[in-house]
Design a protein around this ligand. Structure first.
Ligand code: SF4
Length: 117
């Protein structure tokens, strides 16, 4: 199989072509650097995405606070992570950088506040 990807590891956005079968990556071409190769391999074998959302706040200035994952989580788990995030309500005050959900669904990623409330 062959797949063409746009590398998002830097703003250059190289077009990277990956050839693979059910068992292994056969080749990665078109990348300008090693980061592109790593990105392409991960995208084929275990694609991940950074997660951004918001969490409900009790007694805050605003009703929600923006949050993000401390590191990318498996793409296949995004929907389940969102269900957990949507089920949570925190009490004000919330501080930027505060861990709202630790190790969400055992992904190793924390959900952290990206603003105060
Ligand atoms: S392959 Fe390297 S240079 Fe090209 S977009 Fe990816 S990180 Fe940037």
């Amino acid at each position: 199989m062959k797949r063409e990807l746009i590398c998002v590891a830097c703003p250059l956005g190289c077009t990277v072509t990956v050839e693979y079968n059910d068992e292994e990556i056969l080749s990665v071409t078109g990348n300008t650097c090693k980061r592109g190769e790593a990105y392409a391999k991960t995208e084929i074998t275990n694609p991940t995405r950074s997660l951004t959302s918001s969490v409900k706040v009790n007694g805050g200035v605003l009703p929600v606070v923006p949050v993000k994952s401390s590191k990318p989580v498996p793409k296949s788990m995004l929907f389940d992570c969102m269900k957990v995030i949507n089920s949570v309500t925190v009490d004000a005050p919330v501080k930027i950088g505060q861990v709202i959900i630790e190790n969400i669904l055992d992904t190793g990623a924390d959900i952290i506040a990206t603003n105060n409330d």
